[in-house]
Write a protein that binds this ligand. Structure first.
Ligand code: ADP
Ligand code: MG
Length: 586
């Protein structure tokens, strides 16, 4: 065949292949136009999953009568004018492709009117041919109707799924846009039935109601709200508490300057922020909005504009990771992220026994316990009058007893708290170790009698290889035989640790993950293993003062709501819950 220029209709159909994959992608493009037009309300009507009809109506600025034919022209847009504009895009659209593409694969009609225009105006396509522009009645705003999508491109049509599936995609698209623009009201109808009716949501309570409708009330009630401004970037939104993480990455919304995007940099920053509070194999849920000067990001990197390129990837990664880490570090009993804030303020002025006192060594435990007893005894008499009174001050209350050698029962102002003592102690130890490891090296303490540890030859070799890491961790261990090592010093924080067990676990980890990674990347995992080995084991009897010492340590430990594997460390059963169980009217 000779080379020739393709007719514009065919060019549009080719472009449609990229832009409009299925009804949901049409809905996305049309709604984005409505949002760019400043609509305060939009309505989407769908029939037969979008294959029979897609109608999007908005109350935006409308299109001037003389420009309407242009809107259907290829590469025609009102949103950019120069290359310079392309580097600072603040609208969702800018490519000028959507309307001609959609019109080329459907029976299409657009009606629009500007608020101050005398009348509206419409254009339809028939058999792919653009009709004349005709006067039409319409309230201020724009309506676009797309009928019989892909009727004339059967190859595309064959790829469509069942009506229900296509509609689900449409609904997900509308919901995503609704989460990106709280100030706009959204209505969605399928086969004349109202599926979504979201009022404009101005304040946080209304926004959370919208989120609950879309993502479930479970997400909202367990989410942490975050808001952080720094170096010209702003991150705001909701992230799930670690214990509410999901089995699938199915609730992860990220908006960049109001545009839904998928981005590896951001995903990785979120994953890192959650790394040691997440239960194995779970995924965080989040609805996050990132804002920055459009100059700092290139949105012209993907035909459907789902991917972007940040100018300064490192700064974005860092900012997001730190913002989320800061929010998650507040997940501790009575932490700022907790709704029990009132209880916390009651005793805000009191010193609480330092978490640093609490270790597994029985002596140190007893010491912490004694200090706790002192602390309670020296509090003003009026406050320690009754135990209930006393417990009011502490989010985790006062310990009553140990259950089955596993749980601590405590009484709070609101009811009963159950603490998984090993999990809780593990987190306390882990956070302490991490805080200390920030310094060059954990402080170590020589053993009076060096301890010999039997290993396999392979383990002993690995041990030599990892000596620098062990020193950083506060251990002084030398290989003293083909299959033996001698421990001469332990970290001061872990005086009572079962060193042989810990060493074997570490060596097993390192053998499996290979020697290529840097020490820094191993630290957290190594410290988490150490914390596990140093935490109180099941069936270890704790006295009441020891239990209280653990509760106080938890309250002053970041992320104490979950152990280092992401499992919850404590739960509260309120008096109301108990009354309900016993059918007790109050
Ligand atoms: P783009 O959005 O990339 O500019 P489109 O093909 O989606 O390209 O739309 C072309 C032009 O038509 C837009 O630039 C805008 O001026 C106008 N337009 C489309 N939809 C609307 C609408 N709902 N309200 C107002 N103007 C619209
Ligand atoms: Mg557009």
């Amino acid at each position: 065949m000779p080379i020739r220029e393709l007719p514009s209709h065919l060019v549009n159909q080719i472009a449609a292949g990229e832009v409009v994959e299925r009804p949901a992608s049409d809905v996305k493009e049309l709604l984005e136009n409505s949002l760019d037009a400043g609509a305060s309300r939009v309505e989407v009507e769908i029939e037969a999953g979008g294959t029979r009809l897609i109608r999007v109506r908005d109350d935006g600025v409308g299109i001037p009568v003389d420009e309407l034919p242009l809107a259907l022209g290829r590469h025609a847009t009102s949103k950019i004018d120069s290359l310079d504009d392309l580097t600072r895009i603040a609208t969702l659209g800018f490519r000028g492709e959507a309307l001609p593409s959609i019109a080329s694969v459907s029976a299409f009609r657009i009606v629009s009117r500007q608020a101050d225009a005398e009348a509206g105006c419409e254009i339809s396509t028939a058999d792919g041919q653009l009709g004349d522009s005709l006067p039409a009645a319409h309230p201020p705003g724009t309506t676009v109707e797309v009928r019989d999508l892909f009727a004339r491109t059967p190859a595309r049509r064959r790829f469509l799924r069942a009506e229900r599936t296509e509609f689900q995609h449409v609904q997900a698209t509308v919901e995503r846009l609704a989460l990106s623009r709280f100030a706009t009201g959204f209505r969605l109808l399928h086969n004349r039935r109202v599926v979504l009716d979201l009022q404009p949501a101005m304040d946080r309570a209304q926004q959370e109601r919208r989120i609950a409708e879309i993502a479930g009330s479970e997400f909202v009630s367990t989410a942490l709200h975050i808001e952080r401004d720094e170096a010209g970037m702003r991150l705001s939104g909701w992230i799930c508490r670690p214990a509410a993480a999901r089995a699938q990455p199915d609730l992860q919304h990220l908006f960049l300057n109001g545009r839904a995007i998928r981005d590896r940099v951001v995903t990785s920053a979120v994953r890192m922020a959650y790394r040691d509070v997440l239960y194995g194999g779970r995924f965080p849920a989040f609805i996050l909005s990132l804002e920055m000067d459009p100059v700092r990001v290139d949105v012209n990197a993907h035909p459907a504009k789902l991917e972007v390129r940040f100018r300064d990837t490192g700064a974005v990664h860092d900012f997001i990771r730190r913002a989320i880490e800061a929010a998650l570090s507040q997940t501790r009993p009575g932490g700022a992220a907790d709704d029990v804030t009132t209880e916390r303020t009651v005793h805000a002025g009191h010193p609480s026994p330092s978490a640093a006192l609490f270790t597994t060594t029985p002596d140190v435990l007893r010491d912490a316990a004694a200090r706790y007893a002192d602390f309670v005894a020296t509090r003003p008499a009026a406050e320690s009058e009754s135990r209930v009174n006393e417990s009011v001050g502490f989010p985790l209350g006062t310990a009553l007893a140990q259950l089955q050698g596993i749980y601590i029962l405590a009484q709070t102002a609101r009811g009963l708290v159950l603490v998984d003592m090993h999990a809780a102690h593990e987190r306390v130890m882990y956070e302490r170790l991490k805080a200390e490891a920030v310094a060059e090296k954990l402080a170590s303490q020589p053993l009076l009698v060096p301890q010999l540890v039997g290993l396999t030859v392979r383990e002993a070799e690995l041990l030599e290889e990892y000596r620098p890491l062990l020193i950083r961790l506060g251990f002084e261990i030398d290989r003293t035989g083909p299959a033996a090592a001698t421990v001469r010093a332990l970290p001061a924080t872990l005086p009572g640790v079962d060193v042989a067990g810990l060493l074997r676990d570490w060596l097993a980890d390192w053998a499996e993950s290979g020697a290529s990674r840097r020490i820094e990347e191993r630290m957290d995992a190594a410290l988490s293993t150490a914390a596990c080995h140093s935490a109180v084991r099941a069936n270890r009897h704790l006295t009441v003062p020891e239990m209280n010492a653990l509760l106080r340590a938890m309250e002053s430990t970041d992320r104490a709501d979950q152990c280092s594997h992401g499992r919850p460390t404590w739960i509260e059963v309120s008096i109301e819950d108990l009354d309900r169980l016993f059918l007790r009217g109050r």
